[in-house]
Design a protein around this ligand. Structure first.
Ligand code: PLP
Length: 424
């Protein structure tokens, strides 16, 4: 099956019907899942981290490796009967190394956050100073939130974006690095819509003798498809996500230099995890193979072109896309010029079937509970076949919702679009 078929098929999977065994054993949950499938098929998923998992990946996820215990690594397992699990993991590792031109890959982290935890464990000691994008400016909570292990165990210093253009201020990064002498610098975040200058971060890290960690979960798929500059040649460790744009199983992945391979592996198992979820490892192998096909590039192109046209339409409607646009699948926009908060924008849009996220902006004057922005991603709708033209219309619909308020015709048009692209 080609990936084009896989994309068709992944949309088929959204018209989900509970298998007989599940309906028999647990009608309550079966109904709940059917209703969720229905909800998804009637709305457009514009949440930045969501996508449609391909049917080949889904098949691997529910395949026989789901029952295999395989603590350790290929050739070094603590359990019997691991030869085929080893082969599956080696496939995933080899494909990851090839796709990202990495010396070493660890495909066992259960999420990007647990991959971050392992990275810290590999490189740092509790109390070390780490320089990362501040949470208010788009850093992930694993980059220093007090509610997360990172903020409790390490001493985080935050850099940010410039107020006038919302771009990362590399002069500030350098200044803070020289002042605080961090043990590691983290480049990357969750809502930054522009390409990151990994080479410049590497230079700064070298100037202060710090490790460079690339927090690249949001853009892993773009890097895989050559649509965003790769951090791999510059970062000591790259933290990746296999869901999001890569369309694989929900999970994390670490790419690193040969020199750090052993430390990274030990930091994942046994330091921060037990046995790997071998069905997820198998699903990652499939996703990594699909990401190497030309069809995957076509889908990424639609995601990026779509995000650009979405940003343009939002701007024409009176919102203010941060950085003036996007290089990626992400759009972060200030909706305060339209007289609504981020919370209100999310509420109106989701009532009309447009699923997007409220987002606190850098220098946001509104309290975090209200926030002034929205964040959108085009991965899922690009997988359904939408591109620049459709996302221009989606941007116009959002603009109408935010400036004019509720209009039943908008929700109707969203459902029409969702149905029209359900079969692509
Ligand atoms: C999505 C994301 C995460 C969190 O991923 P999980 O798998 O939900 O833990 C962390 N960092 C960045 C940059 C992300 O984009």
């Amino acid at each position: 099956m080609s990936v084009t078929d896989a994309v068709h098929g992944s949309v088929e999977a959204r018209r989900w019907e509970a298998p007989e065994a599940l309906r028999q054993a647990d009608p309550e949950l079966a109904d709940l899942l059917a209703a969720e499938a229905e909800r998804r098929s009637e709305s457009l998923q514009l949440l930045a981290g969501e996508n449609l998992t391909s049917p080949a990946v889904l098949a691997a996820l529910s395949g026989p490796l789901i029952d295999k215990y395989a603590e350790g690594y290929p050739g070094r397992r603590h359990h019997a009967g691991c030869a085929l699990a080893d082969a599956a993991e080696l496939l995933a590792i080899d494909r990851a190394k090839r796709l990202f031109a990495a010396d070493h890959a660890n495909v066992q982290p259960r999420s990007a956050t647990s991959a971050m935890l392992a990275t810290y464990a590999a490189l740092l000691k509790p109390g070390d100073v780490v320089l990362a994008m501040s949470l208010e400016h788009g850093g992930h909570l694993s980059c220093g939130s007090r509610a997360n292990f990172s903020g409790r165990w390490f001493d985080f210093i935050g850099y940010g974006v410039r107020e006038q253009d919302s771009l990362i201020d590399l002069d500030q990064v350098r200044e803070l690095a020289k002042l605080h002498r961090p043990k590691a610098i983290i480049a990357g975040g969750i809502s930054y819509p522009r390409h990151i200058d990994w080479e410049a971060f590497r230079e700064i890290a070298d100037e202060v003798d710090a490790y460079l960690i690339a927090s690249a979960a949001q853009i892993t798929g773009l890097v895989a498809g050559g649509m965003a500059p790769s951090p791999v040649p510059y970062a000591d460790v790259t933290v990746a996500a296999t869901h999001k744009l890569l369309r694989g199983p929900r999970g994390g992945m670490l790419l690193c230099t040969a020199e750090l391979a052993e430390r990274v592996d030990r930091a994942v198992f046994p330091f921060s995890q037990g046995g790997a979820a071998m069905n997820e490892v198998a699903g990652k192998a499939v996703a990594l193979a699909e990401a190497a096909t030309p069809e995957f590039g076509v889908y990424l192109r639609r995601a990026v072109d779509g995000a650009r046209s979405l940003a343009g339409a939002l701007e024409r409607a009176g919102a203010r896309p941060l950085t003036g646009g996007t290089d990626t699948h992400l759009v972060t926009a200030d909706v305060s010029p339209l007289g609504v908060t981020g919370v209100e924008a999310e509420r109106r849009c989701s009532a009309a079937g447009l699923m997007l996220g409220k987002c606190a902006l850098p220098y946001d004057p509104a309290p975090a509970s209200e926030s002034s922005g929205i964040r959108l991603g085009t991965g899922a709708v690009a997988s359904q076949g939408m591109g620049a033209e459709e996302l221009r219309e989606v941007g116009e619909l959002i603009g109408r919702l935010l400036s004019g308020g509720v209009d039943a015709r908008i929700g109707e048009r969203v459902r029409e679009l969702a149905r029209a692209f359900a079969g692509r």
